[in-house]
Every structure is written in structure tokens, then in C-alpha cells.
Design a protein around this ligand. Structure first.
Ligand code: FAD
Ligand code: DHB
Length: 390
């Protein structure tokens, strides 16, 4: 069979691209390795930048987000036992929206289903062919059957462990990476969030984050050694560690309950360059990873799709390749700024195993400085709410 764009991966990046292309009348097929239930069961990001919510509106899938998502005008950083509020709205005129990645994914699936758009699940052994030619194709297996899809372009939206990036020639692709010596243990609990706004806490025992999905659903994270496993952290131990890392007044208000999801994510910074080769374009986690401090991963996937969708739309509307030629450079310029911010927030807020007293005093001085300087608060706030797309 044949389509215009073959999209590898049915996460947020792939689904958003598929939806935007369908609205333009551009034929495409999404190929996803896992079942829909598996994709929707992964608890991941929760904070959306304005650029991301604008994209969801453009895609016509923002209705539920507008009804159920929560606008946040500020965020808190806690250190030295005290809380400090960053007034995002006053400093930047913008806010962020708390709405789970799983909800966004659900909304995209619903819109694609309603339009009869093809999303194929549980496809195995996806392989990309002829990306250097003008007639690439994709093959995959489902049970004993091998399938082939011819296309004009391939969008590699298959995440960090996907096949698309690995299909780029080794002499073309350069990668840049930093691995951090700790992970985040995340817990989802059906309890009211401890605070109306998010709290990022720097503490001698390690970083902690208080987030939420709704008024009745809390999402908490704590920094743990990279060697720890989920089994090492029964609920009681998790709640005690979280409580110890929060300012006393906050800890006193913490409502605990049984965890309904618990997982450990490693922290990594990673960028692949370039993001395109021939007829292949990679977007989202397939091309880059940020550590979660700063909530940029999902938002970068959305901004990549903004640039890639524009390039493809121009090509199919008027044979103009300029947007596709520009894609990698445009996307990377924004990606590197989010890499810098995520690295900085990670460095500022975590306890590194090898950190000296000097390093810890520097962290403390920087946090003190930020909250004593309008300029420094503004710099942090404008990155947190999301830098412009151009
Ligand atoms: P993905 O969501 O990874 O989607 C890629 C899809 O491709 C997957 O569905 C996968 O099954 C599919 N796929 C993979 N290989 C193949 C193949 N060979 N063939 C076909 N399909 C394939 N960001 C935040 O901002 N805050 C967070 O708290 C946060 N927590 C995270 C926790 C974890 C464990 C992880 C892994 C990421 C987290 N992120 C977080 C990052 C954020 O979730 C990602 O940046 C976002 O999911 C990127 O979307 P994507 O569509 O590019 O990739
Ligand atoms: C969440 C995750 C983040 O990485 C972050 O910076 C803020 C919130 C969350 O899952 O709610």
C-alpha cells in the first residue's frame, strides 16, 4: 500500500503530527509497536507550555484539556526549609497548564479514530528502507505476515529506543550525551495534592517534586540512586522520604495513600544531530532527551512537530521544500535551549553524589540570588513557561 507520510511511533509526537496532517488532507499512517492500552498506561509528563496547548487547539483536540486542565500562574522552589514562589504570570504574562500526557494522548487517539485515520498497533520489526531515495518505504511484521508501505516521507517519532534514529548513517549522525548519577522515583496517588502549585525542593537528602494531575490525584517524585529498584521503595518508605525533604509546614499538610503507579526513570541529556537525512525526519524523544526537571520533554516533542508539520504542509501544498530543509536547524536551535535549561534546573536542584561543600554553597547562593533578582527570576520563569517557537 501507499501513503504520503509514514509515521513511526504513536506517542504524543507521532499522534499530533498525524492529526495535523489529516486536517490538511495529507494522507498518513501511524505504526506503533505497543498496544493502545500499554501506551495509555505509561504515566509521564504533566506540565504543558502555552505553545503545546496552542498546538492542541490547532489540532482541534483541546476541548477536554480546556475543561479539565488547570492553569498554573506560579511555581515554587523550596530550599533551606523555606518556600519561594516564582510568579510566572507577573514575570512573563504566561502560565502553564497541568494536564497529563496520558490524557493528551487519549484525546489524540479519539480524534484520529473519529476521522477514521489509520493507527496500527502491535507492529513488529519495523524497518525503514531507501531513506536516501525519493521513494522510501517501511516494512513491518504482524504475526507471520510481512507488510510494506510506500511513502514520500518518513517521520521518526518512535522515542529514545526507536529504530528511526538508528537508521541514519553513522557518518552523518552525531550524538551528544550526559548521564546523571541518579533517577526519579515517581508515585501517583489518589490523594489531594499537598499544594495548589508545583513545588520543586532542593534538600540535603535529595531532590523532591510535588506535582498533580487534578484536585484529587497527586504526582510526587524523589531523587533516588540510579541503582535503586521500585521494589526497594514500598509506599511507607516513599512517603517518609518525601516528607523529610519538604519544608515542615508543607510536610505537615501531606496526605498519603496507597500508590496507584510507581516507577523509576533515569535522568539523561541527549541530542542527535542532524534531525533529518534524505526523506527521514526524526522528532521528539527519538532525537533528544532532557532530564525531567523543568518539564520540557513532552513540550519539545510538540515544538518539533510544529516545525515538521509546517515543512510537510508546505511541501504538499506547493512543492516548496524550504520548510523541510530548515527543519533540523530550526528544531535544534530550540532544543538546545531547553537542554540548557533542563541541565541547569537539574544541577541546581539535585544532590550529586560527588558534590563538595563548595558545590553545595554555590547551589544555595544561586537560589538566593534568583529570588533576590527580578532579572534572574524572569530568566527562570521565561524558560519554565516555554521559549517562543521562532
Ligand atoms: P514517546 O512518548 O516515547 O513515544 C514513542 C512511541 O514510539 C512509543 O509509543 C513507542 O512504543 C513507539 N515505538 C518505539 N519503538 C518503535 C518501533 N521500533 N516501531 C514502532 N513504534 C515504536 N517529560 C516530562 O516533561 N515530565 C515527566 O515527568 C516525564 N516523565 C517521563 C518518564 C519516563 C519513564 C519517560 C520515558 C519519559 C518521561 N518524560 C517526561 C518525557 C516525555 O514523556 C517524553 O518527552 C514524551 O513522551 C516524548 O514523546 P514522543 O512521542 O517523542 O516519544
Ligand atoms: C511533572 C513532571 C516534571 O518533570 C515536572 O518538571 C513537573 C511535573 C509531572 O509529572 O507532573
Amino acid at each position: 500500500s501507499r501513503t504520503q507520510v509514514a509515521i513511526i511511533g504513536g506517542g504524543p509526537a507521532g499522534l499530533l503530527l498525524s492529526r495535523l496532517l489529516h486536517l490538511d488532507g495529507i494522507d498518513n499512517v501511524v505504526l506503533e509497536r505497543r498496544s493502545r492500552g500499554h501506551v495509555l498506561g505509561r504515566i509521564r509528563a504533566g506540565v504543558l507550555e502555552r505553545g503545546t496547548t496552542d498546538m492542541l487547539r490547532q489540532a482541534g483536540v483541546a476541548q477536554r484539556m480546556e475543561a479539565e486542565g488547570e492553569l498554573h500562574d506560579g511555581v515554587e522552589l523550596a530550599f533551606g526549609g523555606a518556600r519561594h514562589r516564582l510568579d510566572l504570570a507577573r514575570l512573563t504574562g504566561a502560565h502553564v497548564t497541568v494536564y497529563g500526557q496520558t490524557e493528551m494522548t487519549k484525546d489524540l487517539y479519539a480524534a484520529l479514530d473519529a476521522a477514521g485515520a489509520p493507527v496500527l498497533h502491535e507492529v513488529e520489526d519495523v524497518a525503514l528502507h531507501g531513506i536516501d531515495s525519493t521513494g522510501p518505504h517501511v516494512t513491518w511484521r504482524r504475526g507471520d505476515e510481512v507488510h510494506r508501505l510506500d511513502c514520500a516521507f518518513i517521520a521518526g517519532c518512535d522515542g529514545f529506543h526507536g529504530i528511526s534514529r538508528q537508521t541514519m548513517p553513522g557518518d552523518v549522525l552525531r550524538t551528544y550525551e550526559k548521564v546523571y548519577p541518579f533517577g526519579w522515583l515517581g508515585v501517583l496517588a489518589r490523594t489531594p495534592p499537598v499544594n495548589d502549585e508545583l513545588i520543586y525542593a532542593n534538600h540535603a537528602e535529595g531532590f523532591a517534586l510535588c506535582s498533580m494531575r487534578s484536585r484529587v490525584l497527586s504526582r510526587y517524585y524523589i531523587q533516588v540512586p540510579i541503582t535503586d529498584r521500585v521494589q526497594d521503595w514500598p509506599d511507607e518508605r516513599f512517603w517518609a522520604a518525601l516528607r523529610a525533604r519538604l519544608p515542615a509546614e508543607t510536610a505537615a499538610r501531606l496526605v498519603t495513600g496507597p500508590s496507584i503507579e510507581k516507577s523509576i526513570a533515569p535522568l539523561r541529556s541527549f541530542v542527535a544531530e542532524p534531525l533529518s537525512h534524505g526523506r527521514l525526519f526524526i522528532a521528539g524523544d527519538a532525537g533528544h532527551i532532557v532530564p525531567p526537571t523543568g518539564a520540557k520533554g513532552l513540550n519539545l516533542a510538540a515544538s518539533d512537530i510544529h516545525f515538521l508539520h509546517r515543512g510537510l504542509a508546505r511541501f504538499f501544498a506547493s512543492d516548496d521544500e524550504s520548510g523541510l530543509k530548515d527543519y533540523s536547524a530550526k528544531a535544534l536551535a530550540r532544543i538546545w535551549k531547553a537542554e540548557r535549561f533542563s541541565w541547569h534546573m537539574t544541577t541546581l536542584m539535585h544532590r550529586f553524589p560527588e558534590s563538595s561543600g563548595f558545590d553545595q554553597r554555590l547551589q544555595r547562593a544561586e537560589l538566593d540570588y534568583i529570588f533576590s533578582s527580578e532579572a534572574a527570576m524572569t530568566a527562570l520563569a521565561e524558560n519554565y513557561v516555554g521559549l517562543p517557537y521562532e
